[in-house]
Write a protein that binds this ligand. Structure first.
Ligand code: DX5
Ligand code: ZN
Length: 226
């Protein structure tokens, strides 16, 4: 059993077949299922909302990790909690009252996540560290899968690892993760690696073995670098 958790993003799955795609990646050994919610306003792309999350929830046996790239957030948090989210992650940049929004996620009974865009400093969450279960470091600008990994975020992960100390907070990395970039982040202190294109490439629900090969390649390279 390795140390790094692998969370495939269904942004790279077949949108007409989420149920089977999720069953396939779980059967192939992923740890979590990462769900990218985009509103066409906070980010320049639109994906899906709480009803879709609710529809896919029965297919997820592991962990439903919901990444909200929406603004504002507060009015929608209950719907995502009711949809069965385990983690709800919101962006620091999504609204003026981060503390209030994080408290709301906690009150709804979900694990609390906060995401940082590439230009957002680690210090932006210094005063909410005791409220969160997860910090998501974006290693691409949010909005699209298949973008190039931004190397400057390695130092941010090291800084966050230091800031977190012995608190029970996971560091998640999102964007451009491959068997080459995953180890850079596990070495810097990451716990969870999100990967879309690098997990789903070459496979399908009828030919899911490549999903397993891709997950193992990221996991083994990343575990080896710890
Ligand atoms: C980007 C999303 C990511 C993305 C990762 O806005 O938050 O989860 O799908 O995709 P890849 O691994 O292809 O960069
Ligand atoms: Zn994401």
């Amino acid at each position: 059993m390795g140390k790094i958790l692998i969370a495939p993003s269904i942004l790279a799955a077949d949108f007409a077949n989420f149920g089977q795609e999720i069953q396939a990646i779980e059967a192939q050994g992923c740890d979590w299922v990462h769900v990218d919610v985009m509103d066409g306003h906070f980010v320049p792309n639109i994906t899906f909302g709480p009803d879709m999350c609710k529809a896919i929830r029965p297919h997820i046996k592991t962990v439903m990790d919901v990444h909200l790239m929406i603004a504002p957030t507060d009015a929608y948090l209950k719907a995502f909690a009711d949809a069965g989210s385990d983690y709800i992650t919101i962006h620091v940049e999504a609204g003026p009252h981060l503390h209030r929004s994080l408290q709301l996620i906690r009150d709804l009974g979900c694990k609390v996540g906060v995401a940082l865009n590439p230009s957002t400093p680690a210090s932006s969450i210094e005063y909410v560290l005791d409220m969160i279960d997860l910090v998501c470091v974006m290693t691409v600008n949010p909005g699209f899968g298949g973008q190039k990994f931004i190397h400057s975020q390695i130092d941010k992960v090291k800084e966050l690892r230091h800031m977190i100390g012995d608190r029970d907070i996971l560091i998640e990395i999102d964007g451009g993760i491959t068997p080459q970039t995953g180890p850079l982040m596990s070495a810097a202190g990451a716990d969870v690696l999100v990967a879309g294109s690098a997990v789903f490439k070459g496979g399908s629900v009828d030919n899911p073995a490549p999903y397993g090969d891709n997950i193992r390649a990221i996991r083994e390279a990343s575990d080896a670098a710890i």
